[in-house]
Design a protein. Structure first.
Lengths: 643, 354, 208
């Protein structure tokens, strides 16, 4: 049973990861696949920047550029940022609340595989006739017009991975509601857990509109429905609303956990309690709530009328207030503290001004009349990259350094980390700061080229140089990760020395059941409290040592996912679609398409029935086995982590 | 030593100034150098917003930098144990109330301008003869070109919008195929052209375009609309009201103009053979399949972005797909290089201005 | 938790559905799922309302003349009663009367199946008179809204049937009690959604 006692063969290890329901292993799967897609999307960005380096460049064709800009946006948001954040949530949240696993380990696995196969499906488009090319927003008139299967890949891939995201979101909400250790009240939860809860709730309410929108697009393109075909009574503005009702909260889905991560990092390296905890919680909830009230600010130029524009403008401005509260609370946390500038803290310190810059340009765009000028120009490109790179990517990079010891029992190099930080950070500002001005100088976004002498040449060149620097930064980070594999194991608790929340009370490597006894939480920052009282163990326990109930591994989630994956091909090559009928997209015969569609869904349903009919009660790790595992781990640590 | 430092200072100042000036962009294209009250008001809001936001950034950065400078561990000592404060209600109230006040300052001009820019009531006003008092232009965005119809004047043109200075010009905006967005950065903010409804707004042009670098303002499509989205440019010529009236009259005079298949001009004959079914050469002809070419010779660009020369026109006629991928003209006709040359020369003669 | 533990009506817990950690998780999880599903239906409802009566120029179908209220009313009654019978099943579960649970759940399935048959008849009728899925934006929106609900009914029927079959030999225990409870809760949700469909689509449709 022990996770360290015996070394497994390669095949057994692969099988273990395919069937695992352990949140720590699923976290690794999320992190690894998220990083892969992050690298792909980053590479796409660099290719686009090379194309835009000089005016009238012919480095790539217009069609390819549109495919890359679509895939870059879609991949970064859905397939890179989301899974990496899920990776951290999976790895850390159960530890922070003192749980042995998530509420639905089976669904956790299902969520990951749905995300992963959806992502793979979307990327197959590059090899099967061309990627989607209507932008990540995929506005209906253009996406209906787009020939080939690109948009179909977008719709089906996002449908599958979106279902995975929804499932994972639901799982986190239930986990945080029901699985908290005794004493872990809501107002003692670490802020990362809080932001996970709020962001998961946003997923819960934001993804259904996307699901509906994608479904309407799916049946429009592949089965002849008429939701967006205005000659048949359809309306493309419906898509815009559905997309942005999802799309705006999506930003907060990503940025709130990033806030949470920084709210963990900053107190540790300031050696000081998070300032204004309860107002931070309140601000998080308020941002989540307001995040749903403002979607139409993406549509100020759509022609909604003055009243709608005015309402959404004011509502959008209101979000600045709770966000501002957060920023001041972070600054007041370091005020009077003892700041140690490690790599995670470096990212946190860089985050504050970068994110403030992204925030204030956001308020500028909330002023509707001004947005008429800024909308769909390079200004908005600069703005949302300041928010996403300055806010989210810095959080992910910083947290990678911060939590690496817990997740992998290894530490990333600080030296290389500092170098990575500066290269990436300077590259980031070089790339995006001048883009504000490009927008103000009249450069529309999503252009594959531009004429010389419109005053844009120099800034575009500088922007490309910055993008390449960011690329170098990412490569350095990957090198750091690879080097960490060979570095000595950490084998300790509280790697950074000033850990405050429960996850730092655990000694790495963690046993598969996390806590041999469920901890008793005696206040906010429980590990800090125990340390202050000189408790060597780092926690007090709520129960005596006894049997531990754990969930069984299962291959069924993978089976269910493969079923949907096959069915998606059936829909993709549907002969009933407008493009298929027009001959602008290849299709299967009716029988072939239906076989794939029904067969694939049949596999999924069959897996569900097997799951339903079979009793799956999990298993018990006996007290003796727990003791043996703990001994083996202690021995392992004593030997310096060598097997 | 001091001298060198001074030089560097001067150099730095100059460099900063250069960046600052170049950051304003070109007067025919930049939102920072507006040529009309709409753009000017938008710039004013921008300046107000920048002032407010700069204030915010300065306050945040100051507190932040002071905190960072004062409380580094190297300074406070390795063993310093900070006081574990929970928070402060007073501070919370301060940094909630002040941003709200700042936002209110910003919200007032936002709301007034939002309603002002949406006021198109004048479009329906008529004088005692029943003629509309305001100039209205119907803009139709099509896959990679723009059609401009002047309904009250009964004329139509493409790719180059001609408007009078000093009065509000109203626009009816619509897309014929996929969604586009109509944007003249130097004059005012954009509005989308949707496929299912007509959007209305107005702009006002206060400066004659004569003196600009190319003699025109630049217009852009701001909504991704396919491969050639980046090439879907148009130009705006602003004329004095008198010159505009003369232009309208000249356009109206082209009524009935056409190209003759039997013309002695080889270009006209070839044009009549291969192009006329889509492209009209009379401004009173109504909407065509392709851009109306009545005023082709007066234009500033070919296909919206190529140089206005016979050479580039030939290149465009012969290789449309290479020039503007995804356009709807490719493959609709068959002309030889010589014919294209003749057509281009003929097109250059199509002028209504002197 | 021991699956083999046999209960009597005396020692059967008052809230069997949440007596175990798994049961609690499922209980919270299903409620949260229903919240999410509500938003899904809200989106489809909004789409329907936006596209109601919208079609190609000269479309002959309008909500005013299309729907047949008596049929929709019959469907409503079937579904409402099926909700009631699932309440009976839950009542018997509280008393550890497994036979009662199975019987009333079976009645629920039958009523639900009746509803589904009427819906299929209705759809078939519309297609027959030319109001097919691809006929107009209105038809696409109608079939999508009502069909999404229909799909939920199908899933509910399969779910409850599977429960009845798989537990026939097992009897009631703390492992499957939450499953019955969740299925019943889900079924109520379907019923509530239908009430909205009946109001928004059929009643408001006929009234114009």
């Amino acid at each position: 049973m022990s996770s360290v006692a015996q070394k497994k063969g390669f095949g057994a290890q692969v099988w273990d990861f395919l069937t695992t329901v352990d949140h720590k292993k699923i976290a690794i799967l999320y992190l690894a696949s998220g990083t892969l897609f992050f690298a792909i999307a980053g590479f796409e960005a660099i290719l686009m920047r090379i194309q835009l380096m000089v005016p009238n460049n012919d480095f790539m064709s217009a069609g390819l550029f549109n495919e890359l800009l679509t895939m870059h946006g879609t991949t970064m948001l859905f397939l890179a940022a989301t899974p990496i954040i899920f990776g951290f949530m999976n790895a850390i949240v159960p530890l922070q609340i003192g749980a042995r696993d998530v509420a639905f380990p089976f669904l956790n696995s299902l969520g990951f595989w749905m995300f992963f196969f959806g992502a793979v499906f979307l990327h197959l488009s590059f090899f099967l006739g061309g990627a989607p090319d209507a932008g990540w927003t995929s506005y209906a008139s253009l996406s209906l017009y787009s020939p080939g299967h690109g948009i179909d890949f977008y719709v089906l891939g996002l449908q599958i991975s979106g279902a995975g995201t929804l499932i994972s979101g639901l799982n986190f909400i239930v986990t945080i509601i029901t699985m908290r250790a005794p004493g872990m009240t809501y107002m003692r939860m670490p802020l990362f857990t809080w932001t996970t809860l709020v962001s998961s709730s946003l997923i819960l309410f934001a993804f259904p509109p996307l699901t509906v929108g994608l479904f309407l697009m799916l049946v429009d393109r592949m089965f002849g429905a008429n939701f967006f075909d205005h000659t048949m009574g359809g309306n493309t503005i419906v898509w815009e609303h559905l997309f942005w009702i999802f799309g705006h909260p999506e930003v907060y889905i990503l940025v709130l956990p990033a806030f949470g991560l920084f709210s963990e990092i900053i107190p540790v390296f300031a050696r000081k309690r998070l300032f204004g905890y309860s107002s931070m919680v309140f601000a998080t909830i308020l941002i989540g709530f307001l995040g749903f009230m403002v979607w139409a600010h993406h549509m100020f130029t759509t022609g909604m009328g003055a009243t709608a524009n005015a309402i959404f403008a004011v509502a959008t401005m209101a979000i600045a207030v709770p966000t501002g509260m957060k920023v001041f609370n972070w600054i007041l946390t370091i005020w009077g503290g003892s700041i140690k500038v490690t790599v995670p803290m470096l990212y946190a310190l860089a985050f504050i001004p970068s994110f403030v810059a992204g925030g204030v340009t956001g308020v500028m765009q909330a002023t509707a009349p001004l947005d008429y000028q800024l909308h769909d120009s390079y200004f908005i490109v600069a703005h949302f990259h300041y928010v996403i790179v300055g806010g989210i990517v810095t959080a992910l990079f910083g947290s990678a350094h911060f939590y690496w010891p817990i997740i992998f029992n290894r530490a990333l190099s600080e030296k290389l980390g500092v170098l990575t930080f500066w290269v990436f950070f300077i590259g980031f500002h070089l790339t995006f700061f001048l883009q504000h001005f490009l927008g103000l100088m009249g450069m529309p976004r999503r252009v594959f080229t531009y004429m010389a002498d419109q005053g844009w040449d120099a800034f575009n060149m500088i922007s490309t140089i910055g993008a390449i620097m960011m690329g170098v930064g990412v490569v350095l980070l990957v090198i750091n990760v690879l080097l960490s594999i060979k570095s000595p194991p950490v084998n300790r608790r509280d790697y950074w020395g000033d850990g405050r929340s429960l996850e730092w009370a655990l000694e790495t490597p963690l046993p598969f059941y996390n806590f041999k006894q469920t901890p008793l939480v005696r206040g906010f920052d429980p590990y800090w409290i125990e340390k202050e009282e000189g408790n060597e163990e780092g926690m007090v326990y709520a129960e005596p040592l006894g049997d531990i109930h754990m969930p069984n591994n299962s291959i069924i989630p993978l089976g269910m996912t493969i079923g949907t994956f096959i069915a998606a091909f059936g829909a993709l090559y549907s002969p009933w679609g407008d493009q298929a009928i027009a001959g602008t997209a290849d299709s299967l015969s009716k029988a072939g398409s239906l076989t794939l569609l029904i067969g694939g869904l049949g596999i999924t349903v069959a897996c569900m029935i097997i799951r339903s009919v079979k009793d799956d009660l999990g298993y018990h790790v006996t007290k003796a086995e727990v003791e043996q595992t703990e001994r083996a781990l202690a021995e392992f640590r004593a030997k310096g982590g060598k097997r | 030593m001091m001298k060198g430092l001074k030089k560097w200072r001067l150099f730095g100042l100059l460099a900063a100034l250069t960046v600052f000036l170049s950051a304003c962009g070109e007067d025919y294209l930049s939102t920072l150098r507006p040529s009309g009250p709409v753009g000017q008001e938008q710039l004013n809001i921008l300046i107000l917003a920048v002032v407010v936001m700069t204030f915010v950034v300065i306050v945040v950065s100051t507190i932040y930098l002071v905190a960072f400078a004062k409380f580094r561990r190297a300074k406070v000592g390795e063993n310093f144990m900070p006081k574990q404060v929970e928070g402060s209600h007073t501070l919370e109230v301060i940094w909630t109330v002040i941003p709200i006040i700042l936002l209110l300052i910003l919200a007032v001009p936002t709301l007034t301008a939002t309603y002002k820019f949406a006021d198109v009531a004048a479009m329906d006003e008529v004088n005692e003869n029943g003629d509309p008092t305001a100039l209205t232009v119907n803009v139709t965005a099509k896959l990679y070109w723009w059609e401009f119809e002047y309904p009250a004047q009964g004329i139509i043109t493409a790719q180059e919008l001609v408007v009078p200075t000093g009065e509000k010009v109203y626009f009816n905006l619509k897309a014929a195929d996929v969604k586009h967005s109509f944007w003249i950065p130097a004059v005012g903010g954009k509005m989308d052209t949707n496929v299912e409804n007509v959007n209305k707004f107005y702009l006002q042009f206060d400066k004659e375009s004569e003196g600009l670098k190319d003699g025109v303002f630049y217009g852009k499509c701001a909504e991704l609309c396919g491969p050639s989205h980046a090439l879907m440019d148009f130009k705006v010529k602003t004329l004095s009201p008198e010159a505009f009236d003369a232009w309208v009259a000249a356009m109206q005079d082209t009524e009935g103009a056409t190209a003759d298949v039997n013309s002695t001009d080889a270009g006209e004959a070839a044009f009549a053979n291969s192009c006329l079914s889509c492209h009209a050469v009379s401004a009173v002809a109504g909407a065509g399949v392709g851009p109306n070419l009545t005023a082709f010779g007066d234009r500033n660009r070919v296909a919206g972005f190529k140089d206005h020369t016979v050479e580039d026109t030939v290149d465009w006629i012969m290789y449309p797909e290479e020039n503007k991928p995804g356009n709807l003209m490719t493959g609709k006709y068959n002309v030889t290089e010589e014919e294209a040359q003749a057509i281009a020369e003929y097109l250059m003669t199509l002028k209504v201005e002197d | 938790m021991d699956i083999n533990q046999k209960f009597t009506p005396q020692n059967w817990p008052k809230h069997a559905e949440t007596a175990t950690q798994e049961g609690k998780n499922k209980f919270v999880g299903l409620w949260i799922f229903l919240a999410s599903d509500t938003v899904l239906f809200a989106s489809v409802f909004a789409t329907y309302l936006a596209l109601k009566d919208q079609g190609p120029v000269g479309m002959e179908f309008a909500a005013k003349d299309l729907y047949e209220l008596p049929l929709a009313f019959a469907m409503t009654m079937l579904l409402l009663f099926s909700s009631l019978t699932s309440v009976y099943a839950m009542y018997h579960m509280k008393n550890y009367n497994f036979k009662g649970v199975q019987t009333w759940m079976a009645v629920t399935v039958l009523l639900g199946f009746g509803f589904l048959c009427l819906e299929i008849y209705e759809f078939n009728h519309y297609v027959h008179i030319g109001f097919g899925y691809t006929q107009s934006a209105y038809s696409s929106a109608f079939f999508t809204l009502v069909g999404t609900h229909g799909l939920h009914v199908v899933i509910g029927l399969v779910w409850i049937s599977a429960l009845i079959i798989r537990n026939a030999k097992r009897g009631l225990n703390l492992y499957n009690a939450p499953k019955y409870f969740m299925a019943s809760l889900y079924w109520h949700f379907i019923d509530v959604v239908w009430v909205f469909i009946f109001t928004v689509v059929y009643l408001m449709g006929v009234l114009g």
